[in-house]
Design a binder for this molecule. Structure first.
Ligand SMILES: C[S@@+](CC[C@H](N)C(=O)[O-])C[C@H]1O[C@@H](n2cnc3c(N)ncnc32)[C@H](O)[C@@H]1O
Length: 203
C-alpha cells in the first residue's frame, strides 16, 4: 500500500492501531534492557516505538508516513520520552548494520518480491546477540476480516519466516489465533504468526 494510503489513514482522528503497544511485543519485555538501542520498523503512529522508549531504550522509529511519524512524536511527548524518527521507504532505505539490540517489526507486510530481502536487512541491522521481535498476519486472516492486508501476497506463514530467517537462533516461531484489540483497525479474532530470533554472537 502506498505512502498516500498510510498518510490518509493516519490523518484520521485518533490512533488507527491505538496508543497501547502490541501485546506480543509486551510479552517479550524480558528481552529488553534499558539503555540499549531499538529500531521500530514501519512504526506507524508509534505505539510500539514509544513503549520501547518508555522501557528505557534509545529508539529509532522509521516509517514512510510523515503523518504517522508526527503522531509518534506527539505520543512520545505525551508520555514524556524522547524518540528519534526517520521517514523513509524501507525498500530503498540504507539500513544500518550491526547497530541495534532490538528490532521490532509489528504488522509490517512486505510483498513477496521484497519480503526475504527486508527480513535479511532486519537481521543485518541487529548487533550480534540482538533480538528481532515480529508479529504478522497469516493467510487465514483473510477469513477473519478483522484487519491486515486483504492481499495473499503480503501475508506470512511460519514456513516463510523459517526460510527467511534461517540465519539466527529462533527463540519462538508460532502461528496462533488470538484476540486483537488494537484501535479501530485491528479488532477481534485474528490469525497471526510470531517470531523471536536472536542474531548469532559473532555473526
Ligand atoms: C499496519 S501498519 C502497522 C504500524 C505499526 N507497526 C503498528 O503496529 O502500529 C503498517 C505500517 O507499515 C508502513 N510501511 C509499509 N510499507 C512501508 C515501506 N516500504 N517503508 C516504510 N514503511 C512502510 C506503513 O506506513 C504503516 O505505518
Amino acid at each position: 500500500m502506498s505512502r498516500e494510503f498510510w498518510d490518509s489513514r493516519f490523518a484520521e482522528k485518533g490512533y488507527a492501531y491505538g496508543t497501547e503497544p502490541n501485546d506480543f511485543l509486551v510479552s517479550q519485555k524480558h528481552l529488553l534492557k534499558s539503555g540499549t538501542k531499538a529500531l521500530a520498523v514501519a512504526d506507524g503512529e508509534g505505539r510500539n516505538g514509544v513503549w520501547l522508549a518508555q522501557q528505557g531504550l534509545d529508539v529509532l522509529s522509521v516509517d514512510q508516513s510523515a503523518v504517522g511519524l508526527a503522531k509518534t512524536r506527539e505520543l512520545a511527548a505525551q508520555r514524556g520520552v524522547s524518540i528519534r524518527t526517520e521517514q523513509t521507504d524501507l525498500t530503498t532505505w540504507k539500513w544500518p548494520e550491526n547497530e541495534f539490540d532490538v528490532v521490532a517489526a509489528i504488522f509490517i507486510h512486505f510483498p513477496s518480491a521484497v519480503r526475504a530481502q527486508m527480513h535479511a536487512r532486519m537481521v543485518a541491522a541487529l548487533k550480534p546477540g540482538g533480538v528481532l521481535i515480529l508479529e504478522a498476519f497469516t493467510p487465514k486472516q483473510l477469513e477473519y476480516k478483522t484487519g491486515g492486508p486483504q492481499d495473499l501476497d503480503r501475508l506470512y506463514t511460519a514456513d516463510m519466516l523459517r526460510n527467511d530467517f534461517g540465519m539466527g537462533e529462533r527463540l519462538l516461531l508460532e502461528e496462533a489465533i488470538t484476540g486483537l484489540s488494537e484501535g479501530p483497525y485491528h479488532h477481534g479474532q485474528s490469525a497471526v504468526v510470531r517470531l523471536v530470533l536472536r542474531k548469532p554472537s559473532g555473526g
